[in-house]
Design a protein around this ligand. Sequence first.
Ligand code: GLN
Length: 481
Amino acid sequence: MHTKTAHELHSLLTNKEISSLELIEAVLAQIDKSEGEIQAYVTVTKEKAIKQAKAADERIKAGKSLSLLDGIPIAVKDNMCTKGVLTTCASKILANYIPPYDATVVTKIKESGAVMVGKANMDEFAMGSSTENSGIHLTHNPWDTKRVPGGSSGGSAAAVASNEAILATGSDTGGSIRQPASFCGVVGMKPTYGRISRYGLVAFASSLDQIGPLTKDVTDAAILLNILSGYDAKDSTSVNTPVPDYRKALVDDVAKMKIGYIKELLGKGVDKDVKDSIKQAMKKFEELGAELIEISMPTFEYAVATYYLIAPAEASSNLARYDGVKYGHRSKEAKDLITMYSNTREEGFGDEVKRRIMIGTYALSAGYYDAYYLKALKVRTLIKQDFEKAFAKCDVLISPTCPTPAFKIGEKTADPLSMYLSDIATIPLNLAGLPGISIPCGFSQNLPIGLQITGKAFDEETILRTAFAFEQNTEWHKRRP
Ligand code: GLN
């Protein structure tokens, strides 16, 4: 039963064909069986989960189900604060951090009755594309355990793909939901910046970070998005607009829809099997009555460079708080305050985090600010304008989520630039604040390929509708590792 989607399980639960306790036991048994190989979790909250499942069963028995996710096992990325439960961000500096409060999304998950299975592994502070930067342990791709699951939400994607959770939350600063979804053959959605509260999400780059769902199909993505979305006074960038019922957008109809395909993301550097799968998807949309339009995004070639100034700049400032004073690791090797600060950070942060802090500090320093940070902000505006021009001509944009399928563990660790470049298709959306989804659209040998669908700000509905129509008319999402 743990192989089913949340919406299928919801019917089984309400029809009393299964109980939430049986379901969580099946998920925990799956964790026992495959976690040795996959290592999707930093923490499994077994006892708490069993207790929550029993409470869900009581509610369901009394006909007082809280939501479509009541009694459904969910994994939470380890950068979302959970009261009383370890929240490490996969960093040694927070290895012992137990938050005194819940992130808003965690509160919402609790209110939905969903059962938290545990905290999912990730790249340290969400910096990375492979989960190899985790300071805790590696996570392996369920389709081929010699390969990475993607990142930074690699634990969340691997947990869903290996049935160690029914669904999961992730966070996406430059692709960290969509890219692991693509590598693990699941659905991952980054909503519009401001759609979901970031309160209690450990900050990486605050102007780019956004939380979203990782699920087995598009329907589950809509259901979890309904639960997570909404204005929150505790996050000043959360936007106060009504949240539609995203399930109503799940209509199998793209007739007359204008779908733009991004020319630059089907060219050089994109794997042949990936290109072929996207072209097949384009054909499928045409068969379904959509009109395909070629779109050029000339500023995309600057997106990765722009991101790697803005994101590290914000990170260098956000991570200043980890100094051994208030929380987290404190070095024992210090004679005075200054060496306590520096030894704490030297011992607590991994190499990639240090690299970003140095890049960011440099980009913000007097004399270089205008040349780097300010310039990057200007290019960010140009990228946004490219999207505005595109959306004057079409309803959604499609492209590969990633130029390649999942790469081998160790393949890119010696060359950070090649790792950074793999985010070419996902980063532009974060810079523009736009929503996007990755859905399975093909395979290269036995490795999944993801199709990215991008929409206008706060138009998650058209994205979901396009994704749903594709899913209804293809079989890719049914393949499991
Ligand atoms: N891979 C990108 C990075 O390393 C994006 C990470 C993310 O979205 N959190 O920064």
